[in-house]
Write a protein that binds this ligand. Structure first.
Ligand SMILES: Nc1ncnc2c1ncn2[C@@H]1O[C@H](COP(=O)(O)OP(=O)(O)OP(=O)(O)O)[C@@H](O)[C@H]1O
Ligand SMILES: [Mg+2]
Length: 332
């Protein structure tokens, strides 16, 4: 049975409509008009225990709103959410015991309190047995490198340190599900790598179910086998990362560096995408034209210094998907 079930969930926000100009602002005060924003639009998915899912989409797509509903912070306008057979918003105190939530953009720790004290407070709130608390503290200190700042108040921490402290706090009560909303935003490369390893480890070794939002595709590729794309509140794709990659990535890029500057030319089976100094980039579909044909054709006619064939990146794959969706919307 799935651990999380989201069934046709919609979240609407009512937002005060601003009218242009001074007169508009004034009349808005007297008789305000509202517009309804559908942040999440009839979204359905299920998550099995132990899965690690990347929940991705452009700004304003509805990712954070979904996570807030899953963690009981927001109540859906319609539809049903069940997490471990609980309704997150209606059964919030019980629900909270089973989940950990991290919002990379803001901390859930006490601002003026040293990290160690915050963690101890959480131990009390969740009534974590002392032995288990010590065990967790030791493990998190080790894996997340909390030692260097554990006695520093949260307000004095760097962003990367703060996020690490937040993740430790979210896991102190041994939740079975972890929601991570942009956990590595603004975090440097080394700390990112460390956080990723940590997330991978808690998922693999403790079987914690993880739902992760991020704009860092590298992160998704490293952590998730399943991805769900949301755009304008709707899920466009939910499935394996591999399947979309292969669906869209039969396109490859051939980068050629010539020994001298060459005027642009056409090449059968490929499209010239970019030309810069002695370099040119051609896009081609490998299932229609083998790279070797193009390479032979080019080197027969021009002095080639260097050649590389690369895959289209996952970012481009996603952009293509969003592009497709945008076209569908415009056509309908
Ligand atoms: N409290 C609110 N009141 C009104 N509108 C809101 C509220 N929270 C979110 N929205 C709107 O709902 C939509 C979805 O927002 P959400 O924060 O879920 O996006 P997101 O996918 O997390 O984006 P990002 O990648 O920028 O974090 C946006 O249009 C946003 O402006
Ligand atoms: Mg967000």
């Amino acid at each position: 049975m799935p651990i999380i079930e989201v069934n046709s969930v919609t979240k609407e926000f009512k937002r005060r409509k601003k009218r242009p100009g001074l007169w508009g602002s004034l009349s808005g005060l007297v008789s305000p008009t509202y517009e309804v924003i559908t942040a999440v639009d009839a979204v359905s998915f299920t998550i099995e225990r132990g899965e690690m899912i990347g929940y991705i989409g452009p700004n304003g797509a509805g990712k954070s709103t979904t996570i807030k509903m899953l963690s009981g912070i927001l109540v859906p306008t319609s539809g049903k959410i069940s997490v471990l057979s609980l309704d997150p918003s209606r059964q919030r105190p019980e629900h909270t015991r089973h989940i950990g939530v991290v919002f990379g953009q803001r901390t859930s720790l006490w601002w003026d309190v040293p990290v160690a004290d915050s963690l101890r407070l959480l131990r009390d709130v969740y009534k974590v047995p002392e032995a288990r608390y010590r065990q967790n503290l030791e493990r998190f200190t080790d894996l997340l490198g909390l030692g260097e700042f554990i006695h520093v108040p949260v307000r004095q921490l760097s962003l990367g340190q703060r996020v690490r402290a937040d993740i430790a706090a979210a896991l102190m009560h041994d939740p079975s599900i972890l929601f991570l909303d942009e956990p590595t935003i603004g975090v440097d490369v080394i700390s990112k790598e460390r956080l990723r390893n940590f997330i991978r480890e808690i998922n693999a070794e403790q079987g914690i179910t993880v739902l992760l939002t991020t704009h860092d595709m590298n992160e998704i590729e490293k952590l998730c086998t399943r991805v769900a794309f949301i755009d304008h509140g709707r899920i466009l794709y939910d499935g394996s990362l591999e399947a979309i990659s292969s669906r869209y990535s039969s396109e490859k890029v051939l980068a050629v560096e010539f020994e001298e500057e060459i005027p642009d030319f056409t090449l059968a089976g490929a499209t010239l995408r970019r030309s810069e100094g002695r370099k040119k980039w051609f896009a081609f579909n490998r299932s229609e034209t083998p790279a070797s044909t193009l390479i032979a054709e080019i080197s027969n006619h021009y002095p080639v210094a260097d050649l590389t064939v690369t895959d289209v990146e996952i970012e481009a794959v996603i952009r293509a998907m969003y592009g497709d969706q945008a076209r569908r919307v415009r056509e309908s």
